[in-house]
Design a protein around this ligand. Sequence first.
Ligand SMILES: Cc1cc2nc3c(=O)[nH]c(=O)nc-3n(C[C@H](O)[C@H](O)[C@H](O)COP(=O)(O)OP(=O)(O)OC[C@H]3O[C@@H](n4cnc5c(N)ncnc54)[C@H](O)[C@@H]3O)c2cc1C
Length: 498
Amino acid sequence: MATGPRAVVIGSGVGGLAAAIRLACSGHSVDVFEAADGPGGKLSEFRIGGYRFDRGPSLFTRPDLIEELFQLAGVPVEAHFRHQRLDEANRYFWEDGTRLTAWSDPERMAREMEARLGVDARRVLRYLERSADLMQSTGSTFLEHSLHAWSDLRKGDVPGAMRRIRWPELFGSLHDVNRKELGHDKAVQLFDRYATYNGSDPFRTPGLMRMIPALEHGDGVFLPKGGMYSITRALHELAERVGVRFHFNAPVERILLGPEGRSVQGVQVNGAPHSADVVMSNMDVVPTYRHLLPDTPAPERILRQERSSSAIVFYWGVRTVHPDLGLHNILFTKDSRAEFRSLFQDLTVCDDPTVYINITSIHEPGDAPTGRSNWFTMVNAPRDAGQFGPELIQRVRRQVMDKVQRTLGLDLSPLIEVEEVLDAPAIQQLTSSHAGSLYGTASNSPLSAFLRHPNFHRRTKGLFFCGGSVHPGGGIPLALLSARIAAYFANSRTHAPA
Ligand SMILES: Cc1cc2nc3c(=O)[nH]c(=O)nc-3n(C[C@H](O)[C@H](O)[C@H](O)COP(=O)(O)OP(=O)(O)OC[C@H]3O[C@@H](n4cnc5c(N)ncnc54)[C@H](O)[C@@H]3O)c2cc1C
């Protein structure tokens, strides 16, 4: 067992698990306190009536970030985690009968878009090449370094990265860039959708977000063997293997500070102190300040940033296998502008929401009984502002079923044999995610990247932050990167003078 500095990680979401592994690998003695009865946070699973469902994330990119943790620990990844790269990324459906399969390979994707939509393949390819260029030239600067410490800013070469961004990509919206470069309504709608990958509004998020498709159409879409939850399982196993101790059903009540709040002393759990040299909060940063640090001045400007969107998810056990559906399916709204206005201004769900259907039983037969399928059916929903309730859920449920009927010609209602529902208040209740947001703060302004909470506390030595609510943002890959950045600071600040 490590006898180095003592570290406490608050929460075992994917960011907390990764941070615990990194801290243990650098010689810390690590305890993870988790409020729930198991690890994973949003990345969890449940079983009902012979079906298995991943509760939260369904799309997996950047497996290298998981592999990196195993390499760091010197443990062969294959024994704990396996995945495959998929040729097919998504299936897109419009109500007018247009259908398109999106391929991981950019050239194949461009040819498909030309064949199905009539948009010039060269134009699509140019668009995707620019996405990849941007991801390569600026992604590392903004996502892999802290934007809050001079030493790291210099390493990340922010001025160099800024020079490589075109003016409209910084100050125009993603929608404006897509419209100018693709000039085709359905192609624009398809690439606008990537704003939702970090819970943002394509009509406001900067054009720079055009780099997101490079993950799917280039790197590729991946399928973890055993479902998304196998990511949590693998990281939990690895953490235990490197000596991390887990305490479940153990909500942290306070972060304990030294005189004048200059250093951490540990945490309070079940009324008892647990001392530590390093405290890493994987809990959403808003409740971390509001509940665990009530006497510490909070960075209000950061905590009041607009939150990302949330979701309403219907987990349906469906008594059929629909031949037209793949792993990831998108049934588009007829009016994207109205959909995003509802989400971010009116804070409700519009009458014709885009519907996302994820069916893992296509690849994992054990996820549903024979001849049946496990539908994870999700619509984007606003952050929780008190508007959720049975009426909203029933309305959206009816609208989703109508949409499936109009687009796929399937009467779903009599085929549903089991059902569970998740909405923003439930996400908040299950994971403490402020307002039930999926991705922390939204990226609806060019400054958003700089207005996330740093991965360290500016005043309190030994206090660090990881997970989707802090820099560099939400989603599995970014939560993993947040852990890498936060652990880097934790290591340099406990082993060497601050
Ligand atoms: C429905 C849905 C769909 C999504 N789809 C995708 C997707 O397809 N792809 C993708 O990459 N991302 C997706 N996301 C986002 C992704 O799940 C998150 O960004 C990521 O999992 C967040 O991880 P995290 O490290 O921030 O921790 P979280 O998952 O937020 O976990 C935080 C943990 O802290 C614990 N905790 C909170 N307070 C305390 C306390 N006081 N004491 C102890 N423990 C505490 C919680 O119980 C929880 O386990 C989705 C999310 C949801 C909900």
